[in-house]
Design a protein around this ligand. Sequence first.
Ligand code: BGC
Length: 926
Amino acid sequence: MPLLLTDLRADHLVRPLALRRTSPRLTWRLSAEGTRILPRAHRIRVTRARDGETVHDTDWLDSAESAAELAGFSGEPGAEYRWDLSVRGDDGTVATASSTFGIGLADWDAAWVEPPQQPVLVEGPLELGPEVFAAADTATPPGDRLHPPRYLRQSFDLPSAPVSARLRITSQGVHHPSVNGRPAGDGLLAPGYESYQHEISVMTHDVTALLRPGRNVLGVILGDGWYAGRISILGRSAQYGDVLRATWRLEIDLADGSQHVIRPDEGVRSVRGPIDWSDIFIGERHDARAEIDGWDTPDGDDAFADGAPCALVPVEVPLVPFVGEPIRRVRELPAQAVLTTPSGETVVDFGQVLAGRVRMRVRGERGTVVRLEHAEVVDAEGNFLDNILGVNKDQADEYVLAGRSEGEEWEPLFTFHGFRYVKLIGYPGTPDPANFTAVVIANDLEATASFTSSHPRLDRLVENTVWSQRSNFLAVPTDCPQRERAGWTGDLQIFVPTAATLMGVAAFLERWLRNVRVDQAAHDGVVPIIVPMPPAMDDPTRPNAGLGGIHAAAGWADAITIAPWELYRHYGDPRFLRDNLDAMRAWVEYQTADAAATHPSRIDPDTASEEVLARHRLLWNGQPNFGDWLAPSTLDGSRPEAAGLDEFSAIMLAPQLTAELTGPLFQIRSLDLYAASAAALGEHDTAARAREQAAAVRAAFAAEYVGEDGRIGPDMQGIAVLALAFDAVPAEIRPRVVERLVELVHAAGDHLDTGFVSVPFLLDVLWDNGHRDLARTLLTQDTAPSWLYEVDHGATTIWESWHAVHEDGTVERMSMNHYAFGCVVDWIMRRQAGIEAIEPGYRVTRISPDLDGPLDHCRAHVDAPAGRIAVDWRRRDADADLTVEIPIGVRARLDAGPGWRVDVDDDLGPGTHTVRLLRSEESTAS
Ligand code: BGC
């Protein structure tokens, strides 16, 4: 079989309609089953879809790469292209394939349609106070505070059916578009959440099949969404604006070659529809009695007889094409059971913590109100427990029945919740589980990895992590899908290696990183703690700008160096570095300048020696930050400092003990990654300067914090882990730091005591420093705090805190769906399954199954840019079998680990290899 070309993509996407870059990077995969043909050259021809004219031809390029950037090609905004790819193998045969891409059009002289409306009420605190965590504000019912979404209608005539039609549409608020009564696309909650004050994304839909000759109707429902609704820990509303608007452009090509463009005009009419209110946090109320038949179809004109005309106002914010997978319904889960709890409540259990909403069937009398309240847990007795409290965190939907004799079905439109359990109030009759479906919503990212092994609890841990990623890769990468739904930069940087392994996150995170950069630019190099950062929260003139005065946080802001670097490592796409290098530079320059200007409050500049002051001018340690956030011993009372602290003070103990150290440690990390990024882009002088700066900070760190005895600062696991992982200890002291870390782990009864920012490195640090068995012990530890404790206590996602559910079943009011601690999956894939990228894009991959660990067998894969890398191994007493699948474009190095040897060459090329691994007599595993 000759070469086969598959999976042609432009900017990581299959047949995108509207890219933001005018010159995409094109990639493909090659296979040559059963033969050893390798690629030698490729040629790409680009033709314009509209007239078939060839606009670019690379001619034959000698290259074995499966990626190309089209030097000299710049697509026209709004145009679509076909690309024909030819690849020549070393046997002379040529394979061909073709695909398409379009360039987005966003920057037209657009006008907003602004329906008559009451502005959204501005409510919710700006400062962190006790009410932020207190019971939901039910004093004023949502109906008195929220306004109904608007229903917009524009009708127009066409002389004939189109050959092609594209709808470009966006909004301030979320929108749901339809054409002649059918949804335009299957996206939800468009255009998603972004830094709206800087730019707003335009969605592009192919609506060719929805239009017809004669009268046509475009319908748009417009709701508060993230723009005007409640969002972030504060539960505050109208953080970007209080007026809802939409704009669109419908481009229609007819068979006679004419083009028609429909834009909003004075003819657009607006009415109130059946949705009484809809808020992402609070929930949605739908009154089916108020549904308007045909509101968005040509025969429904009457419905809009009283429709109000809309104002047309100029769009002043830049519009940009939305690139990537939209939010969709990605899964549906049937209810597992309808429970009557000990306290007599009716609760539907979906068996899985998730982000989404419920689709319900119901039959009953007109006017009956069914209320659905959402929560992630039941308490120790099995009663419904609302684990998310706080201002506007209601998570409750209401449906008012129309009273249809055949029954009715409903799913909310503009809200979603974090839940597993739904408390039903007012449901008529006996609820049958078959009438309830959990509709999981998320950006529709492809799954790119799998893991199944002889260890069902580890399999479940991986599965739980996938669920937490699915629940939180929703519009932006969020901390949790219930309490805050905010783009916490720290959570993302912690999780990004796992995220990129498990799902195709390239376009999603490229989009988010643009938001990081625009939010950063407003701040002198500081990357906010959350992105998008609502402007009022971020106002530097407020004494407590950011959250509680934390606004440039170590391990959070460093997402700007860490995420692009990790994405480059995973996808091998240098644009992650190119796009972000200036932002990385601005961040490390901020750290350097702030280090020179600040010092920890314990240092008195009047009495400290010049040597000490000089050190502190190098160390970025004078700012408050979150430290090693949620380190277990600060929360479970096992540290002496934690004695007698209330809940909030206990949470702030980790920052108090560790922030002075996490600052300079992440400063080192960012300088290193900035240097590595510059070097990868050929900016060697920049790289050399950053390395010099990093060396100076390391020396100052060692002098200030690293004891001869290997103890560092507060002598906690997390700090030792970071210092070792970031190479912040002098070589001669390193062994003692490792020893001290091991002692600390043993002293904790072989439990981890790592918080958010250190946990990603814990197992690697032990593994790489001769303590493989201890790393394995921590991985499989099952008393708290540990990963398997969560699994054994019924977790179906990753919890925010290791102690979210206690041994006796008592539940803390924490989030049950925070992906951060799921970062261990990256380690499991690399060090247990044994698939690890050594060079960017997995071009060189290490295959090293852990044959002395907890697994007897394991089958796993990672979809690298070039194709699938898969392992399937099984160990016996004296040997093990391994099958490895390697795609064209990847070389694999086989590393059987200490105490093992292989019976073949350890350098594997493309193809499927069956290998026998043998125990060697001379050594044993550590
Ligand atoms: C969020 C975290 C976030 C943290 C900052 C929390 O409220 O849920 O995940 O990173 O604040 O420390």
